[in-house]
Design a protein around this ligand. Structure first.
Ligand code: UD1
Length: 417
């Protein structure tokens, strides 16, 4: 199993390009199931989650052709097997995103219940409830969701909580339904908007994406389209945190601060100087960061996917901070590992109290989920001496060429097998 070995203590400086957003790419890949015409995508990140989704689509009969270094053409013309088997779904919760489009286009789908990050129960009841409201017959048997509907019907759906993939799944189901669907309490994440933009260029009729009420008027069929995946705001935020923690000065290109307000505000509260350009963002760190308290919540509030990285920077900041996690019930697994490096963190239910220390020391730690791994990388970059991060397959699910990008910024990091 691959490990990342980091010799800490070097500040990050220079320029690096940000990749396309994993969480936008995954639902947009699934949109290829909705049409028999080719969907051309560019700015796809090279990540294990993307390869898993492509394998899943290919075994359903979708043609996948590479088109340049970050481009793909997906051809849903040969879709013939609306089944998502356990062995592919188990590694990635986002596989559930095939459910809505498959029922909409094929009238039937069998999708294994998902696995993915071990950060809480993460049920899919809202996805199922929404499809049932649209007239699908849904049963859950032997670990599989089986959904059937001749043609889905437009419906008014109010989800019990804000769910990102739930909103995306139901939006994709609704684009081919008979009549109008209204999704209330919809997720407002920028990735939902990116998916909606792609669907609209395929001929879908969607309004309100980016607000909490999305209206979709179903159409008979969708066409192919060309779409560029938006930049990854979480990768952007992670490199900003890495620069902040190491006292660095970095410029991130092919990205934008537009979707990062909550993160940028906290970094400025921590004492960082941030300048934004249309397609780039620069951060200059202060001598010592100030601790910043935060609370995660659905967009546009502070993202849960940036919580672990901020725990790492608070661990070495001046002062005491409280981090409150409100989205997932088991998302503090990095705290124990950060403590192995010398951090002072106390967990009380969904709060973490972090007392900043003057320095961390290298040790061997274990990656437990995707964003937790990112926090260990940041801590390893700060720590004196060598940090070995075990089980970095989690990192490879969500960060493209991380050791290469960090090395470009001056970090001493290498991969070992
Ligand atoms: C997406 C992101 C993930 C991010 C998360 C929250 C993708 C591929 N993943 O995950 O990176 O951390 O949003 O911003 O985009 N819930 C239910 N029932 C459901 C659906 C969700 O109870 O049917 C709960 C979940 O357990 C969780 C909360 O709702 O507590 C939010 O989850 P959700 O927004 O659905 O997360 P994902 O879409 O899986």
């Amino acid at each position: 199993m691959d490990k990342l070995i980091i010799t800490g203590g070097t500040s990050l400086n220079g320029e690096v390009a940000i990749s396309g957003a994993k969480n936008a790419a995954l639902p947009i890949l699934c949109a290829s199931l909705l049409t028999a015409e080719p969907l051309h995508l560019i700015n796809l990140p090279h990540l294990n989650d993307i390869s898993t989704m492509l394998r899943l689509l290919a075994q359903m009969g979708v043609g996948v052709t590479l088109d340049g270094p970050a481009g793909l053409v997906l051809d849903g013309g040969g879709l013939n097997n609306p089944l998502a088997p356990y062995d592919l779904v188990k590694t990635m919760r986002a596989s559930i995103l095939v459910l809505g489009p498959l029922v909409a286009r094929c009238g039937e789908a069998r999708v294994s219940l998902p696995g993915g990050c071990a950060i809480g129960a993460r049920p899919v009841d809202q996805h199922i409830k929404g499809l049932q409201a649209m007239g699908a017959e849904v049963t859950v048997e032997a670990g599989y969701v089986h959904a059937k509907a001749k043609r889905l019907k437009g419906a008014r759906i109010c989800t019990d909580m804000v769910t990102v993939t739930g909103t995306e799944n139901l939006m994709m189901a609704a684009v081919l339904a008979d009549g109008e669907t209204i999704i209330e309490n919809a997720a407002r994440e920028p990735e939902v908007v990116d998916l909606a933009n792609c669907l609209v260029s395929m001929g879908a009729q969607i309004s309100g994406a980016g607000t909490d009420v999305i209206r979709i008027r179903g159409v008979e069929r969708l066409s192919g389209a060309n779409h560029r995946i938006m930049p990854d705001r979480i990768e952007t935020g992670t490199y900003l945190c890495a620069a902040a923690a190491t006292g660095g000065d970095v410029r991130l290109t092919q990205t934008s601060a537009a979707y990062l307000d909550a993160v940028v505000d906290k970094l400025m509260d921590a004492g960082c100087e941030i300048t934004t350009e249309r397609d780039a963002i620069r951060l200059k760190a202060p001598q010592r960061l100030k601790a910043v308290s935060l609370r995660t919540a659905p967009y546009p509030a502070f993202p849960t996917d940036m919580q672990a990285q901020f725990m790492a920077i608070n661990a070495v900041a001046d002062g005491v901070s409280t981090i409150r996690e409100t989205i997932f019930e088991n998302r503090f697994m990095h705290a124990n590992e950060l403590q192995r490096l010398g951090a002072d963190i106390q967990i009380e239910g969904s709060n973490a109290i972090v007392r900043g220390v003057s320095h961390l020391e290298g040790a061997t730690v274990m990656a437990t989920d995707l964003r937790a791994s990112a926090s260990l990388v940041i801590a390893g970059l700060v720590a004196q001496g060598e940090t070995t991060i075990d089980r970095i397959y989690h990192l490879d699910r969500g960060y493209e060429r991380i050791e290469e990008k960090l090395s470009k910024l001056g970090a001493k990091v290498r991969r070992a097998h």
